[in-house]
Design a protein around this ligand. Structure first.
Ligand code: SF4
Length: 366
């Protein structure tokens, strides 16, 4: 991964003619991505949106996938200064038993979800590989797709989870700015930047169907984070050409600990980032979660994102008991799955709760 600040220099050097070239380029590379993310591209946002919309329609049709997270535990041994689950925060801590986790998933199943994301704070002592393996075995016959967003694991652990029915792994680098990363992760295993950066490789190596990467927006320069994301994605694609990839764009939200963003990322910036990544990689899944407000999510339909979360709770046990505290961050869009699906339909798109079936997986395993 090149030095973070070299991206910033590259971005500053881009001109408007570089942007126009990038918008017309059939196969954009890192040079074109820098033009699309540069300050020079700010005034071309409508053109970026149009190109991104055309590519999204061409590659994904009118579909928008919907999913929901199940928070398994908010115990965490790390001290990420921006996160409500940080070990230093005094919040109500809870870890779901396997039965409780299955019940939460069952609530989502009854609401219509067939794709769920199992999320937890990073604590090997609370949510370990055996727990995830057992939970996956209980859930995989009900759900078309099970993803995890938990602590980085070993290759062997990912192999076990894949065999148990987990098909996707999301792990966000948070910031690709190595120096800032050290400051924001003062203690815990997460301090190891390189181990985290290599996590997608370990997960892809065992055959996971999809790998999600992302940067937490509001920590460092968003344009340079976009460059690093594109570079990371490119290098993964070259080595794991059979794997699907997705990119998420979480912006910092209010959370316990009251961490204030270090840098502003406004909705225009977020849109530019999404459009630039779509133009750079027409096949990548782009995810916008319920961190964002309804108006923004609705406005982005069809323009680049391919997957939205809906009806989310970010507290362990929060679906069965909505009064529970201990959430990771506050949610910006509270609409339910049917409400979200209705909006998607009203704009001429198709809400999709299942786009995969385990039988595809079994046929590759047997
Ligand atoms: S961001 Fe993840 S690792 Fe860091 S404190 Fe929050 S839950 Fe733990």
């Amino acid at each position: 991964m090149p030095d973070f600040f070299s991206w910033q220099n590259q971005l500053e050097r881009c001109s408007e003619s570089d942007v126009m070239h990038a918008l017309e380029c059939a196969k954009p590379g890192i040079g074109e991505l820098s033009a699309l993310l540069s300050p020079a591209a700010d005034r071309f946002l409508p053109q970026l949106a149009a190109r991104s919309r055309d590519l999204t329609l061409q590659r994904f049709g009118r579909t928008t996938q919907l999913y929901a997270p199940v928070y398994l535990s908010n115990f965490c041994t790390n001290r990420c200064v921006y996160c409500g689950f940080s070990a230093t925060n005094k919040i109500d801590r809870k870890a779901l038993t396997l039965d409780e986790a299955e019940k939460e998933a069952e609530i989502l199943y009854r609401r219509g979800f067939r794709h769920i994301l199992l999320v937890s704070g990073e604590s090997d002592a609370i949510i370990d590989v055996s727990y995830l393996e057992n939970l996956a075995k209980r859930l995989c016959s009900r759900f078309a797709s099970l993803s995890i967003e938990v602590q980085p694991l070993s290759t062997e652990a990912y192999r076990r989870l894949f065999a148990a029915g987990i098909t996707a792994v999301a792990v966000y680098q948070e910031t690709y700015d190595r120096e800032l990363y050290k400051e924001l992760h003062p203690a815990g295993k997460k301090r190891d930047y390189d181990f985290r950066l290599d996590t997608p490789d370990r997960a892809a190596a065992v055959g996971m169907r999809e790998i999600g990467i992302g940067a937490l927006l509001g920590l460092s320069n968003w344009r340079a984070e976009g460059m690093a994301l594109g570079y990371h994605l490119n290098s993964l694609r070259r080595r794991f050409w059979q794997t699907n990839f997705s990119v998420s764009f979480p912006r910092l939200r209010p959370a316990a600990g009251a961490f204030a963003p270090l840098t502003e990322v406004n909705l225009k910036n977020l849109s530019q980032l999404i459009f630039a990544l779509r133009i750079f990689d027409p096949d990548v899944g782009l995810i916008v979660s319920t961190r964002e407000e309804a108006a923004f999510r609705d406005g982005m339909l069809g323009l680049g994102p391919t997957r939205y979360s809906a009806g989310s709770s970010t507290a362990p046990g929060g679906y069965g008991n909505p009064e529970l505290n201990g959430e990771q961050f506050s949610v910006g869009d509270h609409r339910s799955l049917p409400e979200m699906a209705a909006v998607i339909r009203s704009k001429g798109f198709d809400p999709v709760c299942k786009d995969w079936d385990a039988s595809f997986q079994e046929s590759t395993l047997s």
